[in-house]
Design a protein around this ligand. Structure first.
Ligand code: MG
Length: 280
């Protein structure tokens, strides 16, 4: 099994990167793993820590319509260049935390996606250089208020940017399984609503990172969402969405109605967000 890198909050409140052990204890590292974090003399017992999103990026850069079948279901063509947009870091939430359904929308969709984690500063890279800047991989749900996206004439910042609209995790791995399948499941259904091989991407991870780096510098810990396959669809309050990527794991979140004070149910690192992030 691939080594699983996590980010956790210890009982006294400190946030650590670490390595998840088979018994679910966490071996703490002294720095983010892409900064060569080394094990220290601290192991957090199972159940003693809060599992957070696996990194705290300065930005999440997402790519739209990167699978031809999904572009077709959106009644559009595959873009001539990668279609790039941003999700705010405040939208990030962890495995097991709720997705908050906002009252402003009547149509919220799941989008299961492979997420890249950047390990090294990356400006104007070639695809060959970009390949070495990708430190690892995790799973994302690019949750989208589809009605607001369709009604919008401008950027998708609102439709894609609500608090909790970027579940990420549960952990990161260094290697990607060749041809890995991305699958999305709703509730207890055995048949996935999305199922595709990452080989069906139009623009490959290294090409995406190179392309993005021509516009904006990617920093260590930044995240790139690589686009969703065919089969997007709506969620309802109470639904559970599980996204599985072969060789990485499963990211699961339940949908609940957004309350007047969403901070009460958001992960503690989001509600207490600090800039720059402590590990920067
Ligand atoms: Mg997407």
């Amino acid at each position: 099994m691939a080594t699983r890198y996590v980010r956790v909050r210890a009982p006294e409140g400190t946030i650590y990167y670490g390595i998840l052990q088979l018994n679910r204890a966490v071996q703490v590292l002294d720095a983010p793993p892409w900064h060569q974090g080394q094990p220290i003399d601290l192991e957090l017992p199972p159940e003693s820590y809060e599992l957070l999103a696996p990194c705290a990026p300065s930005k999440v850069v997402a790519i739209g319509k990167n699978y031809a079948a999904h572009a077709a279901e959106m009644e559009s063509a595959v873009p001539k260049e990668p279609l790039m947009f941003l999700k705010p870091s405040s939208a990030i939430t962890s495995h097991g935390s709720p997705i908050l359904y906002p009252a402003k929308s009547q149509r919220v969709d799941y989008e299961g996606e492979l997420a890249l984690v950047i390990g090294e500063r990356c400006t104007d890279c070639t695809p060959e250089e970009a390949a070495s800047k990708i430190w690892g991989y995790t799973i994302a749900n690019d949750v989208t208020a589809r009605d607001l996206q369709r009604a919008s004439l401008g950027p998708w910042s609102q439709a894609k940017g609500f608090d909790s609209f970027c579940p990420l995790g549960p952990w990161m791995v260094r290697e990607l399984t060749t041809g890995a399948t991305v699958q999305t499941f709703l509730n207890d259904a055995e048949t996935p609503v999305q199922c595709a091989s990452i080989d069906q991407m139009v623009y490959r991870p290294d090409a995406l990172v190179a392309y993005i780096s021509q516009t904006m510098t990617l920093l260590p810990g930044d995240v790139v969402l690589t686009g969703t396959p065919e089969g997007v669809g709506p969620v309802q309050v109470g639904d559970r969405i599980r996204i599985e990527i072969e060789g990485i794991g499963c990211l699961e979140n339940r949908v609940m109605a957004r309350q007047s004070n969403p901070a009460t149910v958001l992960p503690s690192d989001i509600t207490a967000i600090q800039f720059p992030p402590p590990e920067a």
